[in-house]
Design a protein around this ligand. Sequence first.
Ligand code: ZN
Length: 154
Amino acid sequence: MEKDPRKELKVSAIENGTVIDHIPSRSLFQVVRILNLEKYESQILVGMNLDSRKYGRKGILKISNKFFRNDEINKIALAAPTATMIVIRDFQVVEKRAVEIPDEVIKIVKCFNPNCITNHEKITTRFNVINKEELRLQCHYCEKITAKDNMVFI
Ligand code: ZN
């Protein structure tokens, strides 16, 4: 089967860097925040509400000259579990993989417990992921469980 050259171009439009694809559109700006991209100075291409055969509407980020560590990329899984990371070097895809829920979550999410010290003092939140399928995070400080449904991103 021949590859559609236009499709190739879409993914390879940056020379070097990282493409994060299949982000649910509603989570796109959350992902921007999680990766701290507001402060990034190289070129970033943002696509939102693109058609995706698999997921309906999707978002995509193309970040030039940036290569993330796996743990940075995996944070995205909390907000965008369907996301895939594509590493581009010299216009070529050199790596492509799905994001994975990390073992530990630092910052990013607020503790669900209103009495938790992290909600009253300037302390960075920290959780152990005790269930990756249901996404249940146990607070390092108060030991309460923050679950997917009551997860608030910082
Ligand atoms: Zn807590």
